[in-house]
Write a protein that binds this ligand. Structure first.
Ligand code: NAP
Ligand code: MG
Length: 493
């Protein structure tokens, strides 16, 4: 037995310990001053002659000048993709296509530190996450779909799959390289060529990826990258020679794209927003559940479409969960994305910070109770303290609208039926979490929750073999797994 006095002394020392800075070196990745567009296997100057500055949101410092592709640039990229499709890629034996995908996957693994540092600098996410989540998963997607490239006939027995042509792909800023992998890997495995537009604020890892393509000796024109803002995306959607649009982003833009494509015969998949319910029953292992709650909402600053942003707690364990959650939140380290100890990095942009700030203000105005742990934020850059709201009514904006930031709304329930009813009371249906010891309850909840993915006793788990996608206003179509190939294939039936 340790005497009480000594125990107290030790506890005081331990709680005063702090982490030494553990910054990842920046110089592993070379950022160019200025980038062109990647079309037909090489970088070209934009015909638009326009560039914009992309920044590091943690320091508000410029990183590079990036091209703003206009209508003629998008047309040029689509031409390159069409030519590569007709003359090279669709003619290639599937096992040869697979070799390129395997090569890309291996090069991504080899260069993963470089990509992780660049992802964290351009997007603000902690290096621990870009290193341990974004990069391994991006490589895993290429490995996984490489495996399917020469097995499509077996995957879709008696259905004679064939590629559809040129795919236009538009991605958001929260997982830039990972979303690129989710889009490009299945499209190429199925025999299509692509024109991809990264998000305006996070183009740099997509531009570095062009170097991987050159290293892998991918035939020119199979992948084309056009940078720019929403206008570039709209040009890609409008182009008449694109056979399919794959979009990940906000529900608002998704709806506009669906309207623009109506009647054109172009194929479309939409991966949109979410407002996921994370439901904790009174028989759940509470400490594990608290870890899952924290991971569910504070991972990647809450810039996650499937974030567990609405927490439903069974009334009998409410006090215990809230006190454990607050204690855990006080240990989160917010700051430099390149520091290996950082848990919560920078908000991706000024625009997103303003959106989070105004929704949080609406929560206060509508009468919810706010808690933020004591936290020292860096002076420059875009930051938001991990936040939890209690005393939230279902009608409040913070319980209805996607905040896409580190902000959790807590609600309560008494019975499983009430939990289901409240959890489904949203226009979205992307994901959900259930925490309980009972297997039968997990299965019952998974059946009743209107969500594309339901995690049980875990949260934010991804695997390339597992399909991901939404119901209702969260979109349609699936990415990942066998399901993720179907949107890129036509069938002779
Ligand atoms: P966003 O504004 O919808 O942008 C997504 C992409 O579309 C960006 O590349 C964007 O360019 C482009 N874009 C904007 N306007 C366009 C238009 N009129 N036509 C064609 N393309 C256009 O969304 P965001 O602000 O980047 O990302 C946050 C949202 O995405 C959240 O609502 C989140 O839930 C959702 N999201 C969903 C998933 C999913 O898998 N379901 C994954 C990640 C994010 P700019 O960069 O220039 O705006
Ligand atoms: Mg946007």
């Amino acid at each position: 037995m340790v005497p009480a006095e000594k125990r107290q002394r030790t506890a005081a020392i331990v709680s005063s310990w702090d982490y030494a800075p553990a910054p990842e070196a920046k110089d592993i990745v070379k950022i160019q001053d200025r980038y062109g567009l990647f079309i037909g296997g090489k970088f070209v100057e934009p015909l638009s002659k326009q560039h914009y500055t992309t920044i590091d949101p943690a320091h508000e410092e410029p990183l590079a000048e990036v091209a703003q592709a206009g209508k003629a640039d998008v047309a040029r990229a689509v031409r390159a993709a069409r030519e590569a499709y007709a003359t090279r890629w669709s003619k290639l034996r599937p096992s040869e296509r697979a070799k390129y995908l395997y090569r890309i996957a291996r090069i991504l693994q080899e260069r993963s530190r470089e990509f992780a540092v660049l992802e964290s600098r351009n997007g603000g996410k902690p290096i621990r996450e870009s290193r341990d989540v974004d990069l391994p998963l991006a490589a895993a997607h290429f490995f996984y779909y490489a495996g399917w490239a020469d097995k499509l006939e077996y995957a879709f027995a008696n259905r004679k799959p064939k590629p559809i042509g040129v795919a236009g792909q538009i991605i958001p800023w929260n997982f830039p390289l990972l979303m690129l992998a989710w889009k490009i890997a299945p499209a190429l495995a199925a025999g299509n060529t692509v024109v991809l537009k990264p998000a305006e604020t996070t183009p740099l890892t997509a531009l570095l990826f062009c170097d991987v393509l050159r290293q892998a000796e991918l035939p020119p024109g199979v992948v084309n990258i056009v940078t720019g803002d929403g206008r570039t995306g709209a040009e890609l959607v409008a182009h008449s020679d694109v056979n399919k649009i794959a979009f990940t982003g906000s529900t608002e833009v998704g709806k506009a794209i669906q309207r623009a494509l109506a009647g054109t015969g172009k194929r479309l998949t939409l991966e949109l927003g979410g407002k996921a319910a994370n439901v904790v029953f009174d028989d759940a292992p509470l400490d594990q559940a608290v870890e899952g709650i924290v991971n569910g909402i504070y991972f990647n600053q809450g810039h996650v479409c499937c974030a567990g942003s609405r927490l439903f707690v069974q009334e009998s364990i409410y006090d215990a969960i809230i006190s454990k959650l607050k204690r855990r939140m006080s240990t989160l380290r917010v700051g430099d994305p390149l520091d290996k100890n950082t848990d919560v990095g920078a908000i991706n942009s000024k625009m997103q910070l303003d959106k989070i700030t105004s929704l949080v203000q609406s929560g206060i105005d509508e009468g919810a109770e706010i808690y933020q742990p004591p936290c020292k934020l860096p002076e420059r850059g875009y930051w938001f303290v991990p936040t939890v709201f209690t005393n939230v009514a279902q009608s409040y904006r913070i319980a209805q609208e996607e905040i896409f930031g580190p902000v959790l709304s807590v609600l309560t329930f008494r019975t499983p039926d009430e939990a289901v009813e409240k959890a489904n009371n949203t226009p979205y249906g992307l994901s959900a979490g259930v925490w309980t010891e009972k297997g039968s309850r997990i299965l019952a909840m998974a059946q009743k929750l209107k969500a594309g993915v339901v995690w049980a006793n875990t949260y934010n788990r991804f695997d390339p073999a597992s399909p991901f996608g939404g119901y209702k206003e969260s979109g349609f179509g699936r990415e990942g797994g066998l399901h993720g190939l179907e949107p890129y294939l036509a069938f002779d039936e």
